[in-house]
Design a protein around this ligand. Structure first.
Ligand SMILES: Nc1nc2c(c(=O)[nH]1)N(C=O)[C@@H](CNc1ccc(C(=O)N[C@@H](CCC(=O)O)C(=O)O)cc1)CN2
Ligand SMILES: Nc1ncnc2c1ncn2[C@@H]1O[C@H](COP(=O)(O)OP(=O)(O)OP(=O)(O)O)[C@@H](O)[C@H]1O
Length: 189
């Protein structure tokens, strides 16, 4: 079930041109900057986009410019866990890692405790309006959110075409608090 939705939405998202992805991502970035959670957060976990995900480059630049702490995940494929590392200089520090996603080079890994996060920005393949999500099937974010206080706000970035009527949810799934698309900000909690 999750697998079918994943394939169907990935197919739709692949069709977007780079220009469309850029334009929609820019709009989503502007919507994000209006949220109080975003404005007040000092330490933000954010993904580095790959394939046709909502791009996060502008958000990372904006956070760094505002002297905020930018924390990115490193995938550990053997355990399907994520290690957190602080990013200071994206141009210098990143290299393609597992799954082709950019990760810090060995010498730039600065591990941080997940407890210091005050906002989590999450990628995904499909979402429903209750905030349930489908990712690439590794369970990385489910495992990760399991360890995080429910009080830490989570925001998913998604194109409209990734919103579906219902995501079948398992007991280990954590809904996100907000979903931002190019046309709306959904409040899920
Ligand atoms: N930008 C970004 N970073 C992220 C995620 C994400 O969704 N987006 N993840 C979110 O969890 C984690 C990585 N999860 C991933 C899990 C699987 C595949 C992948 O390529 N899977 C194969 C199929 C593998 C199989 O089924 O055996 C594929 O899609 O071709 C990619 C990323 C952590 N970092
Ligand atoms: N908290 C958890 N503890 C242990 N196993 C988990 C946990 N969360 C998810 N899993 C396992 O991970 C697998 C993948 O879960 P699911 O299909 O929901 O991933 P996903 O949300 O699409 O992926 P991702 O979070 O990586 O984007 C499931 O088979 C599940 O058994």
């Amino acid at each position: 079930m999750k697998k079918n939705i994943r394939q169907e939405i990935l197919k739709k998202r692949e069709v977007l041109s780079l220009d469309q992805v850029d334009a929609k991502s820019q709009t989503i970035f502007h919507q994000l900057t209006t949220l109080d959670f975003y404005k007040s957060a000092k330490t933000v976990m954010i993904y580095i986009d790959f394939r046709n995900e909502v791009k996060t480059h502008c958000i990372i630049e904006d956070l760094l410019k505002s002297n905020k702490n930018v924390i990115i995940p490193i995938s550990v494929p053997t355990t399907k866990e994520m290690i957190l590392s602080q990013l200071l200089d994206p141009k210098e520090e990143l290299v393609k890692g597992t799954y082709g996603i950019l990760e810090p080079k060995e010498r730039y890994i600065r591990k941080v405790d997940p407890a210091i996060l005050d906002l989590i920005i999450i990628p995904g393949v499909a979402f429903d309006r209750k905030g349930y999500r489908i990712g690439y099937g590794g369970g990385y974010y489910d495992r990760f959110l399991d360890k995080i206080s429910e009080a830490t706000p989570s925001i998913a970035l998604s194109f409209d075409l990734q919103i579906v009527d219902k995501v079948p949810n398992d007991s280990f799934d954590y809904p996100v608090d907000y979903i931002i698309t190019e046309t709306q900000i959904l409040t899920c909690k």
